[in-house]
Ligand binder design. Structure first.
Ligand SMILES: [Zn+2]
Length: 573
């Protein structure tokens, strides 16, 4: 990060605002330091990405159009030695960050330059020829051969394939990546060719076809971006002169010395309370007794430790002093079983050894189990409120803000802006509640079914292509924060045996009919139901997906049991 005097963040402001409170300023500097370290690290990663994009022009186009590039993601992953999801996040996150530098015809996931079918046909043929020449000169790995094979099949079916690609390019798509992936299964179906490589072959063709139209612009965009431009600052000042709230927290005292924390934990555990003294110049020392609530004492006795005390003098009329206690400890300590017990009362099901679970966009099908237990009404209510805010309140407020933006100083504008900010905060809180309740609901279903194995889709295989914000939130969480993991831990604790998690390949779980193996055709407008092309049944796609996940998980589980060297004997009836 380059030092920048114009930057929206100045450490001088912290100094000025916290002169009287040295403990707050040291905590503010601590957070700032952590955040700055994170930003510097990210800038290094992003400059690795940019240098690759500068070298590989085709991948540059692919990245601008799709927001992703598997070849680049792989290369970075080997270089950084990280998880696959991490490199995908850097690649796709950077694409979204730089969207503001893209001209209107290259905004992410919107329209692309119009293209004729003849151009696409020509591209399919030329693309195959060029890659064939490349390959004959270079490698002959099996991967490369199978890629070339896919290109050849597409070339041989050019009359069928070209109209699909042409209309895909000319119509705007919500997700270029996801929709092309869907298109690839449709095309594979149409030409009777079952191969995963067809998706990358299609991407290559799209890049090839668009290259004469956008190649130059893409190159210019990539050259003009620097890592500093593509990584947001660690903290942004919202208004002139104000410091981000997280740095100051508006607390009067922050007690955070490590020695104190240990002593405080001991005292609280022993007596349930202790005295805190404050000195004030010119006054005798003020002492107060801090009495801990039974809930916090319970956590402490189970092994949690006090990390920080945040003390806030009250506001009028009562001036009651507020103390917040930040605890640390193993996440198991903080599991809340009360909520689960309540949920258990309303769930009806019989014992099911193996459960499949499918997570979808927020709504009545957001959590679908293979044993078809509906989500609790409380969760549905939270989701309805969340969706109302997203689909109505926020767009309305944004529109009203836009119409007032001709005078940014007017009180109406400022008021609407504040309102919008609060609505966003409310939505964030709601999502957190939804996430928590979902975890507890999943745990409750596991417990009520006395389930031993929970089967889920492998998050690493298909992280971005489908589904809504819930799935995205889950995909972006580290393993130990993950909803499945948390739920199975919770359930294991109550069931007193470890619930196993098995992840399965997510491909075709939503398109294969579980009962007969036929293909579920998507109908426009209906996301939840499909008709099977073989048995003609109308099928709930989410239940069907959960069942497919269960069947796949069961196969894996059975093969694991067979292969384990110390199989336990069973009674044969
Ligand atoms: Zn069927």
């Amino acid at each position: 990060m380059l030092p920048n005097k114009q930057s929206k963040f100045a450490t001088g402001a912290i100094q000025a605002a916290t002169t009287k409170y040295s403990n707050i300023s040291s905590s503010a500097y601590y957070w700032l330091f952590i955040a700055a370290k994170g930003t510097i690290n990210k800038e290094k990663k992003v400059s690795d990405l940019l240098s690759l994009l500068n070298q590989w022009s085709q991948q540059g186009i692919e990245w601008i159009v799709f927001g992703r590039s598997p070849r680049i993601e792989r290369t970075l992953l080997y270089k950084w030695k990280t998880k696959r999801l991490f490199s995908i996040n850097i690649v796709s996150g950077t694409r979204r960050q730089i969207d503001k530098y893209c001209p209107n015809n290259l905004k992410f996931n919107s329209f692309l330059p119009a293209i004729t079918q003849a151009e696409v046909e020509k591209s399919i043929i030329c693309c195959f020829k060029e890659k064939q020449m490349d390959l004959s000169k270079n490698s002959t790995s099996s991967k490369a051969t199978s890629f070339l094979k896919s290109l050849e099949i597409l070339k041989n079916n050019v009359i069928t394939v070209a109209p699909f690609i042409t209309s895909w390019i000319n119509i705007s798509q919500k997700s270029r990546w996801g929709s092309l992936k869907k298109l690839s299964t449709i095309i594979a179906d149409e030409i009777g060719y079952e191969n995963r490589k067809i998706f990358s072959a299609l991407r290559t063709i799209v890049v090839f076809a668009l290259s004469p139209h956008i190649g130059g612009t893409v190159q210019k965009i990539i050259q003009s971006i620097s890592a500093e431009k593509a990584v947001p600052l660690p903290f942004m000042r919202r208004k002139k002169g104000k410091i981000p709230i997280i740095l100051l927290m508006k607390k009067d005292y922050v007690v955070l010395r490590p020695g104190n924390a240990k002593e405080m934990t001991e005292l609280a555990k022993k007596y349930g309370k202790f005295n805190l003294g404050f000195t004030l110049k010119g006054f005798p020392r003020i002492t107060g007794t801090l009495v801990f609530s039974p809930k916090i004492l319970d956590y402490l006795r189970k092994g949690a430790n006090i990390k920080v005390l945040l003390i806030q003098s009250g506001i009028s009329p009562s001036y009651k002093i507020k103390v917040s206690v930040v605890l640390e400890g193993d996440s198991n300590l903080f599991l809340n079983t009360k909520c689960i017990k309540e949920l258990l009362k309303s769930i009806q099901t019989k014992k099911t050894e193996i459960l499949g679970l499918d997570i979808n966009r927020l709504g009545e099908h957001m959590i679908t189990f293979s044993n078809q237990i509906p989500i609790p009404p409380k969760l549905e209510k939270l989701v309805k409120r969340y969706l109302l805010i997203t689909n109505k309140t926020i767009p309305e407020l944004s529109f009203s803000l836009k119409s007032k933006s001709f005078s940014k100083k007017s009180s109406l504008y400022v008021k609407t802006k504040g309102e919008l900010y609060r609505v966003y905060q409310r939505r964030k809180k709601l999502l957190k509640e939804i996430y928590n309740l979902s975890t507890h609901f999943i745990a409750a279903v596991i417990i009520k079914s006395k389930c031993e194995v929970l089967c889920i889709e492998d998050l690493n295989l298909d992280p971005r292509s489908k589904r809504g914000s819930l799935a995205k939130a889950i995909y972006n969480m580290p393993d130990d924060e993950n909803i499945y993991y948390k739920a199975s831990q919770l359930a294991s604790k109550i069931l007193k045996y470890p619930v196993q998690l098995i992840s399965v390949n997510p491909q075709y779980t939503s398109t294969k009919h579980n009962e007969c193996g036929g293909i579920l055709k998507r109908h426009s407008g209906s996301y939840d139901f499909s008709v099977c092309d073989q048995c003609n049944k109308k099928v709930n796609t989410h239940h069907n997906a959960a069942k497919n996940i269960e069947s796949r998980g069961r196969k894996i589980f059975e093969s694991l049991e067979l292969n384990t060297p110390f199989t336990h004997t069973r009674d044969i009836e």
